[in-house]
Ligand binder design. Structure first.
Ligand code: 5CU
Length: 384
């Protein structure tokens, strides 16, 4: 299958739209954008993570300027990006403000994508599509969330929704969210589940390790817990057509899925609750390929493929799902190069990881799937 024609599609790439950046600038506590003066130089800084130094980190147009996104894509040969708001979304806002801002930002993102250049080699396709936002905050009416799902459905370049792990305050496994899952499933929107809170930075030790523990471990563990809770609560049984895309290759879920299955089996509360073995549900999920290593991606792919062995009646899992459920991502504008460089090492690492996966290296269509075709299928985009 050499010479396959396929686009490179980035499903994990973020933006702080100008309206959102303005919201952060108006704040006096995290999350916020502040002016930081160092000697004679004043620059804007971003403060979003728990425990981040009070001066935050440099922030600039790479976070909000669409031209910078397009330039980054061109530099790395990326044809299409599915852009999502970066964390912490609307989590910190009161319900009324979250509701208004969600609708406004969704319209802004539609405009951002709708007016993006067409992809030359793939007629009918734009270079930018988006994941919208829902007002997922405590005290919001679920009917308001459903209205926002309806809004997203009406925006042609918005193909999904990004959300964190808190739901409306009680996590994603909160039964009160069932009408939301139902509406999202009916709308055919893809849900991108992304972490923000990590785990307590003082857990099991006190040394200062900068952002390493929260980003390398806290983020993926948060995703692992959130998706495990969804599985345990039966959401994937009740909404089998829900399409969930997990950040950072699903965190530790692939690695821990057999252990999870065993723990469920031995637990009197949960043992009879689920329709399937826990490992089955991996075949129902999508995983970004933001893992930085071939061995890890190979493992994730094999673990997803194995899901078909755990069918217990009802529902079908494709026989070889592994490479059709992994999707290339960059995490732009996070993880920028430390020195001026033509290409971003973080992106090059993720591309090399895909190209170096065991068992797929000689099969060009597997690369094509992970680098772009899986995304076209997942988001229902067709070259004309
Ligand atoms: O570097 C970071 O803090 C982050 C973040 O906050 N969100 C993300 O998606 N990637 C990296």
């Amino acid at each position: 299958m050499a010479n396959i024609k396929y686009p490179i599609v980035d499903v994990h790439t973020h933006v702080y739209l100008p309206r959102y950046a303005a919201e952060l600038r108006a704040r006096t506590s995290a999350p916020r954008i502040l002016n930081w003066t160092n000697g004679s130089k004043t620059e804007e800084r971003l403060l979003i993570l728990d425990g981040e130094p009070s001066a935050g980190r440099p922030v600039g147009p790479q976070y909000w300027d669409r031209d910078e996104k397009l330039e980054f894509m061109q530099k790395h040969g990326i044809n299409i990006s599915f852009v999502s708001s970066a964390n912490p979304w609307l989590d910190f806002l009161p319900a009324a403000r979250a509701q208004t801002l969600a609708q406004e930002l969704n319209n802004d993102l539609e405009e951002y994508c709708a007016t993006s250049p067409a992809v030359e080699a793939f007629s009918g396709l734009k270079s930018l599509y988006g994941f919208g936002l829902l007002p997922l905050v405590p005290e919001v009416e679920v009917s308001t969330i459903i209205q926002t799902v309806e809004q997203l459905k009406s925006l042609p370049h918005i193909r999904g929704v990004i959300m964190g792990t808190k739901g409306i305050g009680k996590g994603l496994d909160d039964n009160a969210l069932d009408p939301m899952w139902d509406a999202i499933q009916a709308a055919g929107l893809v849900v991108f589940i992304h972490p923000h809170y990590g785990v307590d930075s003082t857990l099991y030790g006190e040394n200062n390790n900068g952002h390493v523990l929260p980003l390398a471990l806290g983020f993926p563990f948060e995703t692992t817990i959130a998706i495990t809770r969804l599985i345990l609560s039966g959401v994937l049984d009740r909404f089998p057509d829900l399409r969930l895309l997990l950040a950072h290759s699903g965190g530790a879920l692939p690695q821990l899925s057999s252990r999870l299955a065993s723990c469920i089996h031995h637990d009197p509360i949960v043992a009879k609750r689920l329709k399937h073995d826990a490992r089955y549900y991996l075949g129902q999920l999508y995983f970004d390929a933001v893992a930085y290593g071939s061995e890890e991606l190979t493992f994730v792919s094999r673990t997803i493929s194995r899901a078909s062995e755990f069918q217990s009646g009802g529902g079908t899992v494709e026989a070889k799902v592994g490479s059709t459920r992994l999707l290339f991502g960059t995490d732009h504008p996070f993880f920028p190069p430390l020195e001026a460089s033509q290409k971003w090492p973080s992106v090059e690492d993720n591309l090399a990881a895909i190209r170096g996966m065991a068992g797929v290296d000689s099969k060009i269509e597997h690369h094509a799937n992970i680098l772009g075709l899986n995304a076209l299928r997942l988001f229902d985009l067709h070259d004309q």
